[in-house]
Design a protein around this ligand. Sequence first.
Ligand SMILES: [Zn+2]
Ligand SMILES: [Zn+2]
Length: 193
Amino acid sequence: MKTFDEVVAFHGHACPGLALGYRVALYALKKLAGRASDEELVAIVENNSCAVDAVQVMTGCTFGKGNLIFKDYGKQVYTFLRRPSGDGIRISIDWQPPEETGQERKMWVRYMKGDHSVKVLAMVHSRKMKKIGLILNAKDTELLTIRRGKMILPVEARIYPSIRCAVCGEKVMEPRARVTEGKMVCIPCFEKE
Ligand SMILES: [Zn+2]
Ligand SMILES: [Zn+2]
């Protein structure tokens, strides 16, 4: 199992979102046992926050391999399932960070207004580290709402033929091409029309 430090090394910084993703992935791996070596474990993530980096590093479900599926729902929900059985787990993060002190709120406002003085940065940093510590040490039940069962299997990643965009000349996967005035074009060129 990867450590939180390894996840931080991949992501580039430690942050509360990453810590939440780490806890989600840890829980899923514990319950579903094992890391995906091919496509057997699939993750469906409903946001594209820092947390998703932790999910990728920990579970081996990655965007490039096609066993990480991104649904742009803006929800802190992560579903993991086994292919082909469909056995899975749906994890919804339900965590309330502790109330900020008046001082913390004041410093945060100053930070957002561009005040990056030593004093402000120190407070923002310590608030962040405090949150990370709380997340890493919380009980599963304090962070996660779990549903287990059979999940709907997403369609397997397929390899599609490429065509050449009639406007920019770059290659594009056929199902993503658009037709305009009888010509096949890529989405950026289509949207420029
Ligand atoms: Zn982050
Ligand atoms: Zn084009």
